[in-house]
Write a protein that binds this ligand. Structure first.
Ligand code: SF4
Ligand code: SF4
Length: 326
């Protein structure tokens, strides 16, 4: 722990609900073989050990007017039905569908859109995915609200962007279905059948940061994800490596700011992959008590409007110099 950060002591009422199993164990921390993730949070609370904590989160936050308003909007979007699957199937080349899907997503408000081929290790245990493609969407936060984290205003902003992400995903899924192809939409806060960060990394949304969130070359970490699963013929995008991971090895802004010290300076082995990892058992109590925390996303230098582009240039210059001196 750094400096004179106050020690965070979790609410005993919350900790009385804590299960006997560690969330890090469920997440596969220290596990060297590749395996599918286990549902842990934002899944059916009746079927997960940390489900009572998920209920506690909602019970505590239900009276805040900003959250009530944002959640009402989100619920309206979540309740929107998808278009019926048309019996008249339109067949076009993958490149044409790819252009159309991206155009529709942008028109619906997506700030980022990318496509990845589904991988089995992205699918939660207990779920099966038949579709070949996952279309990813990113919707940017209003940073003026996010920078207020851990105030409830930041939590409400996250809820608003989940609504926007769901709206984009549902609109794109409906568009695909109206052309006779199967499509399923998914957006937060519930986790759904598939991890969203790995496909977002695969389709070029950015790199994984020390804070366990994506870092995008334009929006930093200040955005939310949503997705569509489909068999529509599409073309995959590739990853975007611009130096964020390297930047994280020399930066500790998020780890210094994290009240429960859930972020560490070295990558860890998680289900067969060495990567930045958030200590679930340390993060969750603070996250729950602040209606979603968000400090690490807000303080990340890449998240400040206009900064990410400059950092991309800086990392590019640094990489070029290193190549010359190697
Ligand atoms: S969400 Fe909050 S508690 Fe969790 S890792 Fe980020 S700063 Fe720490
Ligand atoms: S605050 Fe620094 S260390 Fe943390 S994710 Fe952002 S760049 Fe990486």
């Amino acid at each position: 722990m750094s400096g004179s950060k106050p020690v965070f002591t979790p609410n005993p009422e919350q900790m009385a609900l804590w299960p006997s199993i560690s969330g890090n164990e469920i997440n596969g921390l220290g596990q060297t073989d590749k395996s599918r993730p286990h549902p842990i949070y934002w899944h059916d609370p009746d079927k997960t050990p940390h489900g009572p904590l998920q209920r506690w989160f909602y019970a505590r936050s239900s009276a805040d007017p900003q959250l009530i308003a944002a959640r009402a909007v989100r619920q309206r979007v979540l309740d929107m039905p998808l278009s019926e699957l048309s019996s008249q199937r339109i067949d076009l080349p993958a490149a044409t569908w790819t252009d159309r899907i991206k155009k529709v997503a942008r028109e619906l408000g997506a700030d980022l859109v990318g496509i990845a081929e589904m991988q089995p290790e992205w699918v939660f245990e207990g779920h099966e995915i038949a579709q070949k493609w996952i279309v990813m969407f990113g919707v940017a936060h209003d940073y003026e609200q996010m920078k207020l984290a851990p105030a409830v205003a930041a939590g409400a902003e996250v809820v608003r962007q989940y609504a926007r992400g769901n709206e984009v995903a549902k609109g794109v899924a409906s568009f695909i279905r109206e052309h006779g192809h199967e499509a399923h939409a998914h957006g937060g806060p519930m986790a759904g059948p598939v991890l969203l960060i790995p496909p977002a990394l695969a389709c070029g949304f950015g790199e994984l940061g020390k804070h366990g969130s994506l870092i995008n070359r334009e929006f930093g970490s200040s955005f939310r994800l949503a997705s569509v699963l489909t068999d529509l013929p599409l073309l995959a995008d590739g990853p975007d490596i611009f130096g964020a991971d390297e930047f994280c090895t020399h930066c500790r802004v998020c780890s210094d700011a994290c009240p429960p010290d859930a972020l560490v300076q070295v990558k860890q082995m998680v289900r067969g992959e060495q990567k930045w990892y958030v200590d679930f058992d340390k993060c969750l109590p603070y996250f729950n008590e602040t209606m979603g925390c968000g400090i690490c996303v807000a303080v990340c230098p890449w998240s400040r409007p206009g900064v990410a582009k400059n950092l991309v240039e800086k990392m590019s210059t640094r990489a070029s110099r290193k190549t010359l001196t190697d």
